[in-house]
Design a protein around this ligand. Structure first.
Ligand SMILES: [Ca+2]
Ligand SMILES: [Ca+2]
Ligand SMILES: [Ca+2]
Length: 186
């Protein structure tokens, strides 16, 4: 498997496993599973896991383009080429804009390998959900500051704001990079 393929797989898997540090704690537009399913104003770990697993399953279906029930190189080869972005420059721009250091990017392929539990080069739905669940548990524990097994407003407000700022900085940096490319014919 060459490096390009691995990066592609890593990117696809990052999308699949929703585990990034900056993943939204709420729901993405067009991808809605209410977190607070019973509407009591708090999100229990079960509610959190249910929403995350539902989202992981939808992403799995989207990525499994040949619909054979597993994610392999064949699915990822069908995906459109990502736009030409200088990732290092983008990262530097976001860090400068926000005045923070972003976490290290995982090694290419490491996320795929981590989710491919039996190491056969394909990710089944079971493997994807197992992986999504362990990431979701970890994420929940990080968010649940007072460790009472429930997420309340005050516990998600800051991470949500941080995620929104990051998205905004990323958009702006991408736009600047695109404009520079247009100007310089790059
Ligand atoms: Ca497939
Ligand atoms: Ca596997
Ligand atoms: Ca709590």
């Amino acid at each position: 498997m060459n490096h390009g393929k691995l990066s592609l797989m890593a990117a696809a898997l990052a999308a699949l496993t929703l585990g990034t540090v900056h993943a939204q704690t709420g729901t993405a537009a067009g991808d809605r599973t209410p977190l607070d399913a019973d509407g009591d104003g708090m999100v229990s770990q079960d509610e959190f896991l249910a929403a995350r697993l539902a989202r992981a399953e939808r992403r799995f279906d989207r990525l499994d383009s040949d619909e054979d029930g597993q994610i392999t190189e064949a699915d990822l080869a069908d995906r459109p080429e990502p736009p030409d972005v200088d990732r290092e420059a983008l990262r530097a721009c976001i860090e400068e804009t926000l005045g923070v250091e972003l976490p290290e990017r995982p090694e290419p392929g490491s996320r795929f390998d981590a989710a491919d539990l039996n190491g056969d080069g394909a990710i089944t739905l079971d493997e994807a959900l197992t992986n999504a669940e362990s990431r979701a548990v970890e994420r929940f524990m990080n968010l649940d500051e007072n460790a009472d097994g429930q997420l309340e407003r005050s516990e998600v407000r800051r991470p949500l704001r941080r995620a929104a700022r990051l998205r905004q900085a990323r958009r702006q940096c991408l736009r600047e990079q695109q404009e520079a490319n247009d100007l310089l014919g790059g």
